[in-house]
Ligand binder design. Structure first.
Ligand code: NAI
Length: 464
């Protein structure tokens, strides 16, 4: 079966880049990306591609080439569903904030709404692909909704989780380590699997397209994120031990990373992982394990989150303690707000929690991030509901110039590993700060020796 028309519901960090790359690589397939969010769709359609709603290196070029040719962004969800032979569901699956499973389980209401909409609109057979990260056995629920439409339309459900990392999404999509497709082990299920595999085979080598059962595929995505986050928490746990023993976590990471069984990637100690996925997916995993009565499994993975929360908190505490136990009325500059470099995504960014802690201590917090807007930063702080919106605006200043951000500061905290921070004129920054001038390097980004030679008091995560 050769697919000619694809629809993707959800034009977010996954749907947008993923479909852009599919459209780029498959010029004969019409790809419609739809979303309820009109502002987001308008931004995807902006003539000036520097205004796309998502910042990813290389994405603007891909969109420029494919948009209007075979890539379309629109709010006409029904029309796109009706026309498509294959529908990706790529909507958000945040942690539930209410009811049973509050704070742990994935909220599947957006997924269910999509399924109901597909069921209502579809007049021809569809392959429905779970692109969102979902709890294991969600496909069963989708099947139940879709198979009861009474219109005689056939739906085949596949799981095709996305493994891209924000900040390198385009490269990850163009050169994926693997594409995972979970399908039913029936002739129809296999036909659907092959139809999707055929799309990817336009640019992904056959041996990298893995086929599994639907349940294995759904669970593999949660497992991958749990393993990745666990490595971060593991090295972060060692960073605290390094600090008290006089060791250096970067040296330890290099030493263990050369062991081919361990490998060098994902061993960077930091102020804690962020992003929309790691925490939500592990909490979901913990919830699933508990719901099957597997308490030891649940506790094991929950510790990854506990360690991460500890890492964010101890970094904030370190700032206050070092500044003679008070930051009240002191200007603290946060460099970086995005959860990692090369993205404008701030969801669950460690910076939010560190800023909140400092604001509780009545610091004046000044923030600079090369890609995150003031509106987003204030929205992130307001979302925590720790204090009134007016108080947040009174205590927080967002500036567009890093030198201005650091001017007259008592301390600077590096929250995101943006490359540009390395090459700032640190001597001038030092000259313009209160003394002693403190730097808290939450990413191990700067050359500590150089910074200390300028005159700074420098704390680097994981350096004793
Ligand atoms: P997002 O929040 O950026 O995008 C989701 C979009 O879906 C939003 O624009 C929203 O308006 C839209 N939407 C929700 N319900 C809709 C409906 N009924 N009809 C039309 N549009 C609707 O989320 P993101 O980051 O793209 O994540 C999507 C899924 O992909 C999640 O399950 C996430 O766990 C998973 N994922 C995310 C990765 C990431 O790096 N952000 C990586 C891999 C997977």
């Amino acid at each position: 079966m050769s697919i000619k028309n694809i629809c993707c519901i959800g034009a977010g960090y996954v749907g947008g880049p993923t479909m852009s790359v599919i459209a780029l690589k498959c010029p004969d397939i019409k790809v419609s990306v739809v979303d309820l969010n009109e502002k987001r769709i308008a931004a995807w359609n902006d003539d000036d591609v520097s205004n796309l709603p998502i910042y990813e290196p290389g994405l603007a070029e891909v969109v420029k080439e494919a948009r209007g040719r075979n890539l379309f962004f629109s709010t006409e969800v029904d029309k796109a569903i009706d026309e498509a032979e294959l529908i990706f569901i790529s909507v958000n699956t945040p942690t539930k904030t209410y009811g049973v499973g509050k704070g742990m389980a994935a909220d599947l209401k957006y997924i269910e709404l999509c399924a109901r909409q597909i069921a209502r609109v579809a007049t021809t057979d569809k392959i429905v692909v779970e692109k969102s990260t979902l709890p294991v056995r969600t496909a069963e629920a989708l099947q139940n909704i879709l198979h009861n439409t009474g219109k005689g339309v056939r739906f085949d459900i596949l799981s095709n989780p996305e493994f891209l990392a924000e900040g390198t999404a385009v490269q990850d999509l163009l050169n994926a380590d693997r594409v995972l497709i979970g399908g039913e082990n029936t002739p129809d299920g296999q036909k659907a699997t092959e139809a999707l595999a055929n799309i990817y085979s336009n640019w992904i080598p056959e041996e990298r397209i893995l086929r599994t059962s639907v349940w294995s595929s759904e669970l593999s995505k949660l497992t991958a994120n749990a393993f990745l986050a666990q490595r971060v928490s593991s090295i972060n746990a060692m960073s605290e031990l390094c600090e008290v023993t006089g060791a250096d976590v970067q040296e330890v990471a290099r030493a263990i990373g050369t062991d081919s069984r361990i490998g060098p990637k994902f061993l960077k100690a930091s102020v804690g992982f962020g992003g929309s996925c790691f925490q939500k997916d592990i909490l979901n995993l913990v919830y699933i394990a508990k719901s099957y009565g597997l308490n030891e499994v649940a506790d094991y993975w929950e510790q990854v989150i506990i360690m991460n929360d500890h890492q964010k908190r101890r970094f904030a505490e370190k700032i206050v303690k070092t500044l003679f136990n008070t930051v009240s009325g002191k200007k603290i500059t946060l460099l970086g707000w995005a959860f990692k470099k090369d993205t404008n995504d701030t969801r669950e960014s460690a910076a939010i929690y560190v800023a909140d802690y400092l604001l509780n201590e009545q610091a004046e917090v000044v923030i600079y991030d090369p890609k995150v807007s003031e509106e987003q930063i204030l929205a992130d702080l307001d979302y925590l509901n720790t204090r009134s919106e007016a108080e947040n605006r009174a205590l927080v200043t967002v500036v567009n110039d890093p030198m201005e951000a650091c001017y007259n500061a008592h301390a600077i905290a590096i929250m995101t590993e943006w490359d540009e921070f390395v090459n700032y004129d640190w001597k001038t920054i030092y000259d313009n700060m209160y003394k002693p001038a403190f730097i808290f390097d939450g990413r191990g980004l700067l050359d500590t020796q150089k910074i200390v030679n300028i005159g700074f008091e420098c704390y680097t995560i994981g350096k004793g």
